[in-house]
Design a protein around this ligand. Structure first.
Ligand SMILES: [Zn+2]
Length: 252
């Protein structure tokens, strides 16, 4: 095999599926090559030395050979296995959620080094924190920002005026907040109290260390979770219908 056909990269495994008798198709996120689909041949045979390195959310160093349909993983070495996430059911569930989100937001071969860094940081913090739900909300808002879908939280998307500390309205179809004059009575806008908007703004603008010190009631945390879930559902569905939308929002 000629050297030109080989390239190396770090990667985080997003997901895998079985292929044929003993192979596996992997989707990985890389720092410089975007999201890639790769083939790991023979990896399901008991003697395979690659298998243990290619589980979801493992940080790996790969040596890859260009192939006709899929590129082939020829060597895999674990950089960091995130054992602390695998040994804890709740943390593991969040880790699967993080990789699933990145998979949904990033297009194949879309270069997105900041998203790779976010995922790596998110997984490392997840391994340490006892507040995974709060971390997940920060992760969601940061991913939205890096993908060009940052919800507008400081002014009305209709009139552009700064929002006052009163009940305002979140309209996912409009990509952010509406003032009372433009949001009240709209069926696609949800009333948002001052406290909820404050928390969303904090999550959107503060570093993760500050976010994890936030003092939130369980009720407030569930409210924020529900709001962001609705927002992300809308973005991801639209994204899947119009794969090039993101390029228009975030010119390279
Ligand atoms: Zn307005």
């Amino acid at each position: 095999m000629s050297r030109e056909r080989l390239y190396g990269t770090r990667a985080i495994v997003l997901r895998h599926r079985d292929q044929g008798e003993a192979d596996r198709v992997l989707t990985v996120m890389t720092p410089g090559l975007g999201k890639r689909t790769l083939l790991a041949k023979g990896v399901r045979r008991p003697a395979s030395r690659k298998a243990g390195h290619l589980e979801p959310f493992t940080h790996v160093q790969l040596l890859i050979a260009r192939g006709r349909s899929w590129d082939l993983i020829t060597q895999a070495e674990t950089v960091y296995a995130f054992r602390g996430l695998r040994e804890d059911l709740e943390r593991a569930a969040y880790a699967f959620y993080f990789v699933e989100l990145v998979d949904a937001f990033v297009q194949e071969e879309d270069e997105h080094p900041e998203v790779f860094d976010l995922l790596l940081q998110g997984l490392h913090v997840l391994e340490q924190t006892d507040r995974p739900a709060l971390l997940a909300r920060w992760f969601e808002l940061t991913l939205l920002r890096l993908s060009g879908y940052q919800p507008v939280l400081f002014h009305c998307v209709e009139c552009g005026e700064a929002l006052q500390p009163v009940t305002n309205y979140l309209a996912v179809t409009r990509g952010g907040m509406l003032c009372p004059r433009h949001g009240e009575g709209r069926s696609d806008a949800e009333a948002l109290d001052v406290g909820a908007l404050k928390v969303l703004r904090y999550l959107q603008t503060q570093p993760v260390e500050a976010v994890l010190r936030l003092d939130l009631s369980p009720v407030r945390l569930r409210q924020i979770e529900r709001l962001l879930a609705g927002y992300i559902r809308f973005v991801v569905e639209r994204r899947l219908r119009t794969p090039d939308f993101i390029h228009r929002l975030t010119p390279a």
